[in-house]
Ligand binder design. Structure first.
Ligand code: ATP
Ligand code: ZN
Ligand code: MG
Length: 396
């Protein structure tokens, strides 16, 4: 019986894909508790929740090999473009803030990836959000409120199920059948955090929990001419991405909050505004004192879609991430992104410009919990050590 497995991939994982492959290993088998790809890319250590037989170990090995092959075979290293580099800004704190946040009761965990946030983080999220709202105002972006639920039908129309199946969260309800509801009421009980009830209690899935904010705007514009030919909008919303065993701290949540500024219109309008937004944010980032870098990136596409889609995004410079430094682990974390979708949503949802051509779209998206977490990782929980601007804005 094995409690951990050492796997030699038949194909060495190129350095630039080590993180991407490791994050996908979370979805390979329910027995996997943690997977670590060696930085050299030629060895994978998989830790299991429970011992497995050699036949089961061989099965996991096969599935891991397949993920590596699909993601790494023929992959070439994209040229990483760096637009801003402020990673060397000196920051005073070196610890992982999680332990101290939990100890002080500033956060409490409800379940994996689900946290209640106390005043410290709430103040910081509000502080950063105020800056994002000012950015939105500088474009006279129209304010929107979007639901947390999103219809499966729309998600299908934009190929979401193919691109990101692993991170979906489904919302359902009991069937409108008095026997099913009565049965549920009498017998529903949780076992190890899992609700035990016959699967046929539930209705078919019509809705999901929303993984992003801007989709709702595109859905609202579907099958329409864009009035005025262009639109700037902004909204904040709850977003959901199931990131399995990667849901280990505030860095990666199942349920998080995103503020977006969204542009819809002709290509030049979207690209120019994405760039102006980045330039305006440069001053804001300096005020907040964050050490960060802006670099080209790709979305976390699922295994089969990854190679092609990631190469496409990088070839056309569709995504740039604001990556804040996490000193305690000597790495960086995406706290926001500048995205250009070309006319993808315009074509798939039939959003048209006055000349009849499909609209282009782009968005600037900020993860509020993440930016607050990165700030605490750099400056610590004691507000006396924070940059003066941040301290004054929050505590006067
Ligand atoms: P990552 O590469 O870290 O998985 P992403 O590239 O998928 O993130 P985007 O789709 O660009 O993220 O979403 C915009 C922002 O939302 C991110 O920059 C991040 O701040 C935040 N975000 C995304 N996923 C999560 C998550 N699971 N938990 C907390 N914040 C998140
Ligand atoms: Zn968006
Ligand atoms: Mg990313």
């Amino acid at each position: 019986m094995n409690e951990s497995l050492l796997i030699q991939p038949s194909l060495a994982i190129p350095e630039h894909l080590v993180g991407e492959v490791q994050s996908k290993l979370a979805y390979v088998d329910e027995a996997i508790r943690r997977a670590v790809v060696a930085p050299s890319g030629d060895q994978i250590e998989v830790f299991l929740f429970h011992p497995v037989s050699s036949a089961e170990a061989a099965h996991i090995d096969r599935k891991v090999q397949q993920v590596v092959e699909t993601m790494a075979k023929g992959a070439f290293k994209p040229k990483v473009q760096i637009l801003e580099d402020k990673l060397d800004i000196a920051t005073p704190y070196q610890q992982d803030p999680m332990e101290e946040l939990l100890r002080r009761g500033e956060i409490s965990q409800e379940a994996a990836g689900i946290y209640t946030l106390g005043p410290l983080i709430t103040h910081l999220m509000d502080y950063f959000e105020q800056h994002f709202i000012e950015l939105a105002d500088s474009f006279e972006a129209a304010p929107y409120r979007f639901p947390t639920l999103i219809p499966a039908e729309y998600m299908e129309r934009v190929n979401y199920f193919r691109a990101f199946p692993h991170s979906l969260t489904f919302a359902t309800h009991l069937r409108q059948d008095i026997d099913a509801i009565d049965h549920f009421a009498q017998h529903a009980a949780c076992e190890h955090g899992v609700l035990k009830t016959p699967p046929d209690s539930f209705a078919g899935v019509q809705t999901l929990l929303s993984p992003a904010v801007c989709y709702h705007l595109y859905f609202a514009l579907a099958d329409k001419h864009l009035p005025n030919g262009q639109l700037a909008a902004t909204a904040v919303g709850n977003c959901f991405r199931y990131e399995a065993i990667n849901l280990t701290s505030l860095e990666r949540l199942w349920n998080f909050t995103m503020r977006e500024v969204i542009f819809v219109g002709p290509k030049d309008y979207v690209l120019e505004n994405r760039e102006v937004a980045r330039q305006r944010m440069q001053r804001v980032m300096a005020e907040t004192g964050l050490a960060y870098r802006i670099e080209s990136a790709n979305d976390p596409f699922f295994i089969g879609e990854f190679r092609k889609q990631a190469a496409f995004q990088s070839a056309f410079q569709l995504k740039f991430e604001i990556r804040a430094r996490l000193p305690f682990k000597d790495s960086t974390l995406a706290v926001g992104s500048y995205n250009y979708h070309q006319d993808f949503f315009g074509r798939h949802l039939n959003i048209t410009l006055p000349d009849g051509s499909p609209a282009h779209t782009g968005c600037v998206a900020f993860g509020l919990e993440r930016i607050a977490f990165a700030f605490l990782a750099q400056y610590g929980l004691d507000s006396a050590a924070w940059p003066q601007h941040v301290h004054e804005a929050i505590y006067g």
